[in-house]
Design a protein around this ligand. Structure first.
Ligand code: SF4
Ligand code: SF4
Length: 151
């Protein structure tokens, strides 16, 4: 019985600081250590996300895609690579390399719409669509540039 309990804790739990004592998420105490990476994490900040050795405790290994009812769609034809969306996304779900916007990490995006709100282009380079909308259809329905209103 004790072994089973320990195994369950190992699967969902954490190593208590200073030993191999394993506990569940609801049993953690102050000073517990949750390692974000397996093995030696030296230089990990210089690696691309897909090259990092994330541990089971890291939220990168869990998808939240099922939470979303609306998703942001990215239109590369309008984007000016200003990186506003990358800076403001609360879930680090904007994919950008060498200051070039590449798209959305749909495994971790929660559909909050912040990226759309901060996108400065006309029309916006990110717009919200139903989670089930086909990407090709979404891009085909992109709005035209809005003309400035005369004062
Ligand atoms: S909708 Fe929210 S979580 Fe998703 S990419 Fe935009 S800012 Fe990030
Ligand atoms: S905020 Fe808009 S224009 Fe700027 S990088 Fe993001 S998608 Fe492109």
């Amino acid at each position: 019985m004790q072994d089973l309990k320990l195994k369950a804790a190992e699967k969902r739990g954490a190593h208590q600081l200073g030993g191999d004592n394993l506990v569940g998420w609801d049993e953690v105490t102050q000073g517990i250590v949750l390692t974000s990476f397996d093995g030696d994490a030296t230089g990990v900040s210089h690696k691309k996300a897909e090259e990092r050795n994330y541990s089971d405790f890291n939220s990168y290994t869990a998808t939240v895609a099922s939470w979303r009812v609306m998703k942001p769609v990215f239109n590369i034809d309008v984007c000016i690579d200003c990186q506003n969306c990358w800076v403001w996304c609360p879930d680090s779900s904007i994919l950008s390399r060498d200051k070039q916007m590449l798209g959305i990490d749909y495994d971790h995006c929660k559909g909050c719409e912040v990226c759309v709100e901060v996108c400065p282009t006309n029309p916006k380079s990110l717009l919200m669509f139903s989670e089930y909308e086909d990407l090709g259809n979404a891009l085909a329905s992109w709005p035209e540039k809005k003309k400035k209103e005369k004062k």
